[in-house]
Write a protein that binds this ligand. Sequence first.
Ligand SMILES: [Ca+2]
Length: 351
Amino acid sequence: MTRTLLLSLSPSRVFVGLVFLLSSLLVPILSQTTCGTTPIDLSTPGTAPLAVSVTGSTGFSYLTALTDGNTNTASYATQPIVTSGVTCAAPAWVKMDLGTLRVITSITLWHYYPDRRNCGQTLEISDTGVFGGEQVSILNTGSDYGPTEYSDGNTYPVNNVVGRYIRHFIGPSNSETAQVRLLEMKVMGYPCSSSSDLNLPTAPPTQTQTQCGSSPIDLTTNQNLLITGSPQFSYLRSLINGVTDAALHSTQVFSPTFIPLTATCSSPYFVTIDLGTLRVITSITVWHYYSDRRYCGQTLEISDTGAFNNEQVYVMNSGSGYGPSEYSDGNTYSVNNVVGRYIRHLVGPSS
Ligand SMILES: [Ca+2]
């Protein structure tokens, strides 16, 4: 009797015990650790959870160095390079395979730096690798020049796009018109394949009150925004780095001596800031190199689409004449709550 009772009870006790143990292990694994709570490096060997592979267009050498962690511009001779046959309209390309689907949060591109920009750039993410229209476009400069290259690369935010393949088209730089020199591509994201598995914090309940806030804030200084501009300009990203000291002009937006100055009062250069999303704008302050000078050919324009094809709102327009005197505290233009995403500024030479 005693033995029969024990036999009939023991299996069920063991079974219940196992079920409980599995449940307590499985719940935290499934809900917390498949994606993790912060993005990780998905591309650099030694750090990435899977090995990545890189392919490229004809003529590319040293493709494996695209993910070797070396971003030093002095190492260019053994970093991915094409030495001939590329143009802004017919750029070269590289393609990275992450090995499986991932939730991607950002991509950083390092090209040869400093003081140069590359044309013909795209950056695209695909889940299949076909790139036949299914891909998500992160960057597309057409045959124009992309942002200035820096030692810390250019980082493009990606809003949890799920993909496996990253393709980057790139043409030559403004100082080497037939060559392409890449240094590194780094993909950050979550090591899981569905954004619905993310354990992201839920929006605060006070969101309806704090979306706009009660007073204007600085929307640009040291924000991670894409700055584009005339290909003659270097250091475009310094347009929003908070430095307004004229003594530091050599690392601010300017046209370096190796590029002929072609801007005139009737054919000025341009810079454009992409705020990343629509904003209600209350003022714009512009600093140019100052001390007793004025600049001609100026406009200041706000667009919601970036087309600048008559949809934009003009905040100022000096025509081909000269704008106001330049001062150390810049010139501030009031904007009456215009909603826009793109700010364009045309500017010609100074007096
Ligand atoms: Ca590298």
